[in-house]
Design a protein around this ligand. Structure first.
Ligand code: GYE
Length: 309
């Protein structure tokens, strides 16, 4: 189902909810945390939050503690896809609905969670690839017959957005035989690691026409590395990323980022609407899909003032 199909209300819920958050690796994630905190306050929800510092074991511990505290519902942003069966079975046994936000899980039985509220990451990867190909084609005339080299900076290993953004991107790139992913490495969705990975790529001696980063923070780190290497992002190397945070919009406007696919982090209202529906015994779709669109310099200029994150 689409996010717009989920009934929205500001009605107080007067319940207690446990929120297991991954950490604060990116501007996107901080915006998501703020959105959930604000909506909890608005809906009169006592929120017990836990920051897992990127570790699944910390998330499992937090969920067990939420169960012990008999919360009414759990919001989980799962760091990786695999390894949730046992703890989700414990939540189910305790009759506590689990709402997954922003990242999906791979479980043996999908009744172990109520719903997943997230973007279609495969589609985001496809959109990013189309934008990247178009931007490189503007830089290098079709008559130049050499291969266009792409460097990919991946998100957290095993995370749904890293897996799916890679597969959607690859699908489109494979249809463009003059484009090739020549390097791919994990940048953990952080700006510092994105910069570090790009520095290593540039030092490898390989030449790149484009960089695809699985999120904006890594792209912004890569842009810095490209500049420090004496190259011009946008001209010498095209950079494309996903998320749509303010920093990326500024980079779109200054020309260092060629395109950006939005991934909306403001999931608080949807998460509590889903909890309200589950509490009312309503059956929810297994995925509530958040709509995304791509931005370039021109659309970013128009939208910047409205950006909340
Ligand atoms: O794109 C990235 C983050 O799970 C969709 O996680 C989220 C991703 C987001 O840290 O910036």
């Amino acid at each position: 189902m689409k996010a717009a199909d989920l009934a929205h209300s500001d009605k107080p819920l007067n319940i207690c909810v446990g929120f297991s958050q991954i950490g604060a690796e990116s501007a996107w994630r901080s915006a998501e945390t703020t959105s959930i905190n604000e909506e909890a306050a608005l809906r009169k929800v006592t929120l017990i939050s836990n920051d897992a510092q990127q570790k699944q074991e910390n998330q499992i511990k937090a969920i067990r503690s939420f169960i012990a505290q008999k919360v009414d519902a759990i919001i989980l942003a799962p760091v990786v896809e695999a390894g949730w069966d046992n703890v989700l079975k414990e939540a189910k046994k305790a009759n506590i609905p689990v709402i997954l936000v922003d990242r999906g899980v791979k479980v043996s039985d999908d009744s172990l969670y109520t719903t997943l509220i997230a973007s279609d990451f495969v589609e985001e990867g496809r959109m990013a690839a189309e934008k990247l190909v178009a931007a490189v084609d503007k830089n290098i005339p079709k008559s130049v017959s050499r291969t266009r080299n792409i460097a990919q900076i991946e998100g957290t290993t095993g995370a749904a957005p890293a897996n799916d953004r890679a597969s959607g991107f690859k699908e489109v790139i494979e249809k463009n035989p003059n484009f090739k992913i020549v390097k791919s490495q994990c940048g953990e969705f952080t700006r510092a690691k994105g910069k570090e990975v790009m520095e290593a790529f540039l030092k490898s001696g390989e030449k790149f026409d484009a960089v695809y980063a699985h999120n904006d923070d890594m792209a912004l780190g890569a842009i810095q590395a490209i500049k420090e290497a004496g190259l011009k992002p946008g001209k010498d190397i095209v950079v494309v990323s996903i998320d749509g945070v303010k920093g990326a919009f500024q980079a779109l406007i200054d020309g260092s980022l060629a395109a950006c696919v939005e991934c909306n982090p403001l999931l608080g209202p949807l998460a509590f609407d889903a909890i309200a529906a589950a509490k009312d015994g309503k059956k929810l779709a297994k995925q509530v899909i958040v709509d995304d669109k791509a931005f370039d310099a021109e659309s970013a200029k128009k939208e910047l003032k409205n950006r909340k994150y």
